[in-house]
Write a protein that binds this ligand. Structure first.
Ligand code: NAD
Length: 260
């Protein structure tokens, strides 16, 4: 389905981003991977995707908190593959604390990585998409892009901002062959959420399994985690012909979280 296309997936060395990269690779899409981690582990992920799917996968260690590194990531993709047809803004971090205690450097980092990075990446990648008359910008927002929870000021602000940014890109790109959409997952079991489960287990002196069940029960009518593979499948759908008039949408995949 995506043979000959190239996707940049930010934050694809782990969790949801890796699930998305694997789904795209399985459809023969070339990849520019990005994210932090052990060099040897990233190289093994990269090579695994190439060997399993017969694609080309490159890796760029750009820090999504740094605008110039984001521009370089897009430029490197253009040099290596002739441009990005698909941009998945997925890199993200979390910090949980009450507003009055919220560390200012955490606010700045979350706004930079979870929101501003998508602006810089889209600004750099969109001209090539418009010139070719086809493109997909997919922003991984969150249920927290649509509703709030306490103790997540920066994350909720960034994700609401990301949903808004998505709408603007969609309006400006209408009739160009480029669509822009946000995906709003509920709980997905990844290292980002595992840290929240461990913190809850420690503070309430309960097991990780119990903390995990309570985390789900608090927010989601459906007591199951969404998987990175399911998010990958939704990204593929958005890249397909059937989704060519879906733009500016914020698609929930959240076990009923925002239905309440
Ligand atoms: P994760 O911690 O498993 O992965 C995050 C990825 O982002 C990693 O590859 C990491 O190296 C990368 N990253 C972090 N900071 C970066 C930086 N400065 N520059 C480049 N890369 C950086 O987390 P995840 O759960 O897979 O989260 C992925 C996205 O999905 C995030 O935007 C997150 O907000 C969103 N999300 C997650 C959940 C969930 O329940 N896990 C729910 C809704 C939305």
């Amino acid at each position: 389905m995506l043979k000959g296309r190239t996707a940049i997936v930010t934050g694809s060395t782990s969790g949801i981003g890796f699930g998305i990269a694997a789904a795209l690779a399985a459809q023969h899409c070339n990849l520019m991977l990005n994210g932090f981690g052990e060099e040897a582990e990233i190289e093994s992920l990269r090579r695994g995707l190439e060997e399993k799917n017969g694609i080309e996968a490159a890796y760029c260690p750009a820090d999504m908190a740094r605008p110039q590194e984001i521009r370089d990531l897009v430029a490197e993709t253009a040099e290596r593959f002739g441009g990005a047809d698909i941009l998945v803004n997925n890199a993200g971090i979390q910090h949980v604390a009450k507003l009055v205690d919220f560390p200012e450097e955490k606010w700045e980092a979350i706004i930079a990585i979870n929101l501003s990075a998508a602006f810089y990446a889209a600004k750099a990648a969109l001209p090539q998409m418009l010139a070719r008359g086809w493109g997909r910008i997919i922003n991984i927002a969150s249920a927290h892009g649509l509703v709030a929870s306490g103790e997540k000021a920066a994350y909720v602000a960034a994700k609401h901002g990301l949903v808004g940014l998505t709408k603007v890109i969609a309006i400006e790109s209408a009739n160009s062959g480029v669509t822009a959409n946000a995906i709003c997952p509920g709980w997905v079991k990844t290292p980002l959420v595992a840290r929240q489960i461990d913190a809850r287990a420690a503070s309430l002196e309960i097991s990780a399994a119990q903390a995990s069940r309570e985390l789900l029960r608090e927010k989601q009518p459906m007591l199951a985690f969404t998987t990175p593979e399911q998010i990958g499948a939704l990204v593929l759908f958005l890249c397909g012909e059937a989704a060519s008039t879906i733009t500016g949408a914020a698609l929930s995949i959240d076990g009923g979280w925002v239905a309440q």
